[in-house]
Design a binder for this molecule. Structure first.
Ligand code: R5P
Length: 294
């Protein structure tokens, strides 16, 4: 029979149990599994994340820079916090020995040849569990032709994820006809959060982005959008973080750069290292020049 416990100092009877156990905006009332997955996406030290978005093929096929994910993207993974991709790429290209958290694209349907807002949920929660993902991602088309259905798709995915502790990232998709300004993104991000998204991906806007992050009760990460000059992309990432974003989910501005590894490290230096854009740009150039032998 094991020896009975002895009363003593190790009970710390005068020390109250720690009450606040979670760091992420709007997430303190979630269940343990949800929080644990979110804590793998957002670094608990600073509450931020660098997600590498490589899911573009789900509606536009072999996007420039993503033609051979095995060759050109896998070298970037060590400097990302999270890989955001489709289940097809995960199963065919990403080695299961990669232990980075995965956020999986769970919506789809139309290609670039059709109306993009005509999406459906394109993955069962059972498969998300099978793949061990940390969150799902789904497009929401506020103001788009199929706005209502895309919002309901998101709420269904949220409900399915809640059953198993898998968070949902809502992605505010912008149709060609919609103006990208703070007013629009306040509307779109807030709707996603009100209806249950655990965090929201949106676009940075030059004016009033701090009002977008302030009005959204869950964390916001920014997409990079179309490729722009490296310094401009780094300034955008810096400003977004400075104005309340909890990180980036960036694709083209990294993998379409002339030095994807350089950009990956430079973006990381901004998000986690509080580096200024000019210094991060120097880092990008140093890495680029090393590779080209300049
Ligand atoms: C687009 O719909 C995809 O979901 C991408 O993940 C997203 O746009 C982020 O990539 P990028 O930085 O290239 O805009």
């Amino acid at each position: 029979m094991p020896e009975a416990d002895k009363e003593g100092k190790s009970y710390y009877v005068d020390v109250p149990q720690k009450g606040k156990l979670f760091f992420l905006k709007g997430s303190s009332e979630l269940d343990w599994g949800m929080k644990n997955r979110l804590a793998r996406i957002f670094n608990p030290r600073d509450g931020r994340t660098v997600m590498l978005a490589i899911d573009h093929g789900y509606f536009q096929g072999p996007t420039s820079g993503l033609e051979r994910i095995d060759v050109s993207i896998m070298p970037l993974v060590p400097d990302a916090d999270v890989v955001m991709c489709t289940r097809g790429i995960l199963r065919t290209i990403v080695p299961p020995s990669v232990t980075k958290p995965v956020v999986i694209r769970a919506s789809g349907g139309p290609s670039i040849l059709k109306e993009l807002s005509d999406e459906q949920i394109a993955m069962d929660m059972e498969d998300c569990i099978r793949l061990g993902v940390c969150a799902t991602a789904i497009q929401v088309f506020i103001g788009g032709q199929f706005e209502s259905r895309s919002v309901v798709n998101m709420t269904r995915l949220v409900d399915a994820g809640l059953r198993y502790g898998i968070p949902t990232m809502a992605v505010t998709a912008v149709g060609r006809e919609l103006e990208r300004n703070a007013k629009y993104f306040r509307l779109a991000t807030r709707i996603c959060a009100e209806l249950g998204a655990h965090y929201v991906k949106t676009y940075y806007v030059e004016e009033g982005f701090d009002t977008v992050t302030a009005a959204c009760p869950v964390p916001i990460v920014i997409a990079g959008g179309k490729k722009r000059p490296e310094l401009d992309a780094l300034k955008m990432a810096y400003n977004a973080i400075d104005q309340g974003a909890a990180g980036v989910d960036m694709g083209r501005n990294i993998f379409q750069s002339d030095s994807p590894v350089g950009m990956m490290k430079a973006v990381r230096a901004i998000v986690h290292g509080k580096e200024k854009p000019d210094k991060a740009y120097d880092l990008y150039q140093t890495i680029k020049n090393k590779k080209t032998g300049n």
